[in-house]
Ligand binder design. Sequence first.
Ligand code: GDP
Ligand code: MN
Length: 387
Amino acid sequence: MDLFEYQGKQYFARYDIPVSPGGVADTVDEAVVQAEKAGYPVVVKAQVQVGGRGKAGGIQLANNADEVRKHATNILGMDIKGHVVKRLWVEHASDIAKEYYASFTLDRSAKQFLGMLSAKGGIEIESNPESIVTLYVNPAEDLDPGAVRKWVDSAGMKQDEANTIDLGDAAKAEVVDTLLKLYRCFVEGDADLVEINPLILTPDGHIHALDSKVSLDDSAAYRHPEWDAFRGLQVMDEREKLAKEKGLQYIGLDGDVGIIANGAGLAMSTLDTVTQVGGSAANFLDIGGGANADVVTNALTVINTDPKVKVILINIFGGVTRCDEVAKGIIEATKRVQLKSPIVVRLDGTNVDLAREILDANKSDTLIRAADMLDAARKAVQLAGGK
Ligand code: GDP
Ligand code: MN
């Protein structure tokens, strides 16, 4: 789950990372109330889950109620890269001496946590990727403050625009402290990504988070009841919402081949095979073991709502799951759901002969049986209009 900036800042605050006082507003009047509370000058900030809000005009400084009204009126309803602004965050404005960048994420190929730090934050980070200094952390060990100090030293942070004066010990200690807190927020907070851009130095020498980007690991939701508060305003993929209601493990993708498989491994391999033969998957969907007619119906219902889907590929390897049950489920489901796309079915494993008889008895232009996974992927991609 990706958080909005204001939610990310609330999350940061739990870990004592310095953020500015502020509040959310869904109307112009509320924005003025929040501005009065935060104290002028304030920044009025569009809450959308996309970067570059500043460039798009979604971040504005205001010195009084009139300016807040003007900016709030402009920003509410604004379209930023396809995201319509419905909510604002109004916070006390900070004075900025210098902008830096800091983040922690997981580097899967290195099997380590990866910290990234740059002396050139804000929008400058895009044109200066070489300024990023990395720190790899073994997930099985604690983060060593000494290593963080060295990391900060190597980033070469300066305190002036001309980049001549070294940051100095006191502010450097605040950077180290903030990074240690950000790391705790990342690990204990079960995040996949925590990013502060810009992390700023104020003219009076303090370190402060001006923006937040936080992505939480949904698999850890069970141990974070406090995350429920974040869910209300999440923009969820309609397909994912429906799948969740139906208890399915579903991830929406951008292609046109809808995929149903049993087991995450087989679902992944099916995705890969579709890609390999020149197609692209519309989703990842693992229907798990013991799939019956209800589960297959639910899966087909979800995929059927995706307008991009041109063909559905069902790939089942029967172990505990009996292929004849799945075949019955498919036939049953096609009677219950008015499907918009043809189905290519590959079944193998337990009771496959029975399953083939059932499918062959119901064969049609829109229900096609494939011999194996590769054959199924080829047939599906061909029907989708690919290679
Ligand atoms: P983004 O463009 O979506 O990444 O939004 P940010 O929250 O990072 O804001 C973009 C830029 O606006 C920052 O890099 C700052 O330069 C500026 N900005 C944001 N908040 C303040 C503030 O409190 N005071 C000042 N002076 N500038 C701000
Ligand atoms: Mn930013």
